[in-house]
Structure formats: structure tokens, C-alpha cells
Design a protein around this ligand. Structure first.
Ligand SMILES: Cc1ncc(COP(=O)(O)O)c(C=O)c1O
Length: 381
């Protein structure tokens, strides 16, 4: 089947978080990680069938949806799981917050590597935990963990590490060696690891593959809460369906305990979309990857040619481009670009001043228009 990513979809007046932010201004949104594509027709069909049933009662995860997760993890990532390890949640952000509540105690600390997806920075404080931020290190070729700084900063009260892999916003796909070193660090310091792998099916760099951290060793798998969902890859975040894979039963019970009575069933459409994505979405995903790869290459080329003051490191995954705009010397770079009609994410929310993030998960023509507006914004300085 041919999939159409080129025709822009009008999302105004659809209660879209991304588009409504600028509903009364001529600003094209390239901020939150939400793509402007129609869902795969295969997913739309499954949802229509579910909708047509007409009864939308409390819904439990069916054997079929559980099997779709089991099959997906084995087929796409070589990870064999027992369906008993799945804990469903209405999103990864709630799961991150549950994780912080479940491990350590009030006043203990959580470590992470920055810049990183903003809820990593707010979830510890939401649970009365302290956050230890260690900056990722540019080693001349790639962003990687700064293990020396991590060893220096760890404290006796540090009880967990939260990892984003593939990484939002720097776009790294950490390799086995880096993950092994991180796993050893967690084991040595008796940390529980939360690994958010939601971007694992959005690898753009040919030849790279995602390694689930749980495949690194049994030792790390026994102290890990892995979070993922089809919502980034298939753009289903509005269906609110994610899940954790927790191999260790004690850790799983602790995680479930903090969710008890607060996180109830996922909605019927969430399970339905998840199952359809995993069982029937692969052809669409492959077409999407090709499209995103071409968008990424266009964007890098454009920025290099027309806005060389903006620095960008190579990215391997995601549809989120991380831009170093510190050379522009702006007090408020997001406001400046907004005044030229482009809505970007603010770097300081990720823990890095002087940066913005551009979401290129949209029709090429829209991205081109956004980049031209950015060029005018830079030229106006
Ligand atoms: C790394 C990462 N985790 C989680 C999320 C959001 O997940 P959810 O919508 O399931 O809460 C995002 C969205 O941008 C993300 O980039």
C-alpha cells in the first residue's frame, strides 16, 4: 500500500495540544513530540470496527493485545517476555512518576543524564525525591554517558536511575557497550533502573539497532522497569496506552502498589490501537522511517547551508532535532522564533539553555515553510 505523508493534515480546531497552543497566531507548531500524520489506515480500520460495536464499557487487556506485545518485542527486538510482566499504564509519563514514587523514600535521590525529556526532570520532585543531573558528554563523535561524573555525583541516598534510550532530545541510540557500563553502574550502586524505550522503533540511521536494556544481562533485567508503547511510532498518544515490562516480581509488586486505585483500566481504544499497530502497522512504520529520514537529511542540509550559526550534532533516532542556538545570543530564543511564525520547544525545559528542539514529524512542505521562517528569524538578527 502507498501511504501519504506529503499532504498536510489540518489539525486546527481538533483540540490538539500541539496546534491549539497557537490557535490565534500565525505560528506553525514544531514543538511537542506529536506527528502531523494520519494514523496508519490499518489502525484506523481497527478503531472504526471497535467504535461500531457501540458499547464502551470497562475494558481489560485481552489475551490478543497481550500477545501482540509479546510478539512485537520478540519479533522487533529479540526480547522474549512473559505476559505476566506487563503492567499497563495510561502513558509513559504517569509510569515515570509511579516509578519515582515506588522506589527510594521521601528525600532520596534519582539520577538521570541531561538534556532529557522534561518529565524526567519533574517526576522526582513530584514524588519528593531529589534529582541528580549529569550532563551527557560529547566525546568528539557522539553523545554518551559521563561515567566519571556519575561516579563522583552518586550519593548513598541515590536509589534509582532514569534512562531515555533512544534519547530524546539528542537522538542517540546507545550501544551495547554503553548500556553494559550503565547496567554495571546500577548494579554496583544498587539502583533500580527505569528505561524509557518509547523511541525504539524510530531509528533513522541505517545499520543501527535498538538494544533493550533488559537484554544486557539477567542482573540488570532483575532491577529494571522498562517503559514503552506504540504511541510515538504510530502517533497514538491521544489514545493513552503504554505499558511497563517488569521482570522482577518484587519490583513489579512495588510498582503496582503505588498505582493501586489511582491507575485503573486503560481505555478500550488504547488497547485496540496498540494491538493494531503491533500486528498490522509494520509496512506503515517502514514507510514513515523513510519519510522521516528524508526530512532529517533535508533539515540538516538546510540548517548547514542557510543558518550555519545554529549547530547540530548528528542524530540517529526520533523525529526531534536538537539545535544549539547559543551562537545567536538571544535572551529568549523560543519567543524570537515565535515572533517569526515558528513554534519550537525550549531547551531549558530539557535542562540545557541555548537550545531549541524542532519536531520534523510532519509533511515536508510544512517543514520547509518552518525552516524558511527560521531563516528569516536568523536573518533579522
Ligand atoms: C522519551 C519520551 N517518553 C515519554 C513520552 C510521552 O509518553 P506518553 O505520552 O505515553 O506519556 C515522550 C513524548 O514526547 C518521550 O519523548
Amino acid at each position: 500500500m502507498q501511504y501519504d505523508f506529503d499532504t498536510p493534515v489540518d489539525r486546527r480546531n481538533t483540540a490538539s495540544l500541539k496546534w491549539d497552543k497557537y490557535s490565534d497566531r500565525n505560528i506553525i507548531p514544531f514543538w511537542v513530540a506529536d506527528m502531523d500524520f494520519n494514523s496508519a489506515p490499518e489502525i484506523q480500520e481497527a478503531l472504526k470496527t471497535r467504535l461500531a460495536h457501540g458499547v464502551y464499557g470497562y475494558t481489560v487487556p485481552s489475551e490478543e493485545v497481550k500477545q501482540s506485545v509479546v510478539d512485537y518485542l520478540l519479533r522487533d527486538h529479540g526480547y522474549e517476555i512473559d505476559p505476566k510482566w506487563i503492567v499497563w499504564t495510561p502513558g509513559i509519563v504517569p509510569a515515570l512518576n509511579l516509578f519515582c514514587r515506588a522506589f527510594g523514600e521521601s528525600g532520596s535521590s534519582v539520577m538521570t543524564a541531561t538534556p532529557v525529556y522534561p518529565p524526567f526532570l519533574t517526576a522526582p520532585a513530584n514524588s519528593d525525591r531529589n534529582l541528580i543531573q549529569i550532563e551527557l558528554m560529547w566525546d568528539g563523535n557522539r553523545w554518551t554517558f559521563d561515567f566519571d561524573k556519575m561516579e563522583e555525583a552518586i550519593r548513598p541516598d541515590t536509589k534509582s536511575f532514569i534512562l531515555c534510550n533512544p534519547h530524546n532530545p539528542v537522538g542517540r541510540v546507545f550501544d551495547r557497550k554503553e548500556l553494559k557500563q550503565l547496567a554495571d553502574f546500577c548494579v554496583r550502586h544498587d539502583l533500580v533502573l527505569c528505561t524509557d524505550e518509547v523511541h525504539s522503533d524510530l531509528i533513522l540511521e541505517p545499520g543501527l539497532t535498538h538494544t533493550p536494556t533488559n537484554l544486557i544481562s539477567q542482573e540488570i533485567a532483575q532491577r529494571t522497569v522498562m517503559l514503552t508503547s506504540p504511541s510515538k511510532t504510530y502517533n497514538l498518544p491521544g489514545l493513552c496506552c503504554a505499558y511497563a515490562i517488569v521482570e522482577n516480581s518484587k519490583i513489579r509488586m512495588a510498582f503496582r502498589k503505588v498505582a493501586a486505585g489511582i491507575i485503573t483500566e486503560i481505555n478500550a481504544f488504547g488497547y485496540c490501537g496498540c494491538q493494531a499497530a503491533y500486528n498490522h502497522g509494520e509496512a506503515w512504520r517502514l514507510a514513515l522511517i523513510n519519510y522521516l529520514k528524508a526530512n532529517r537529511d533535508y533539515l540538516y542540509d538546510f540548517v548547514g547551508k542557510h543558518m550555519p550559526q545554529i549547530k547540530m550534532r548528528p542524530m540517529e533516532a526520533t523525529y526531534l532535532a536538537w539545535m544549539d542556538v547559543s551562537g545567536l545570543d538571544l535572551d529568549n530564543s523560543v519567543a524570537h522564533f515565535e515572533s517569526h511564525g515558528v513554534g519550537l520547544s525550549e531547551g531549558s525545559f530539557f535542562g540545557a539553555q541555548g537550545h531549541v528542539r524542532f519536531n520534523f514529524g510532519c509533511a515536508r512542505s510544512l517543514m520547509e515553510e518552518g525552516l524558511q521562517r527560521m531563516q528569516s528569524a536568523v536573518a533579522a538578527l
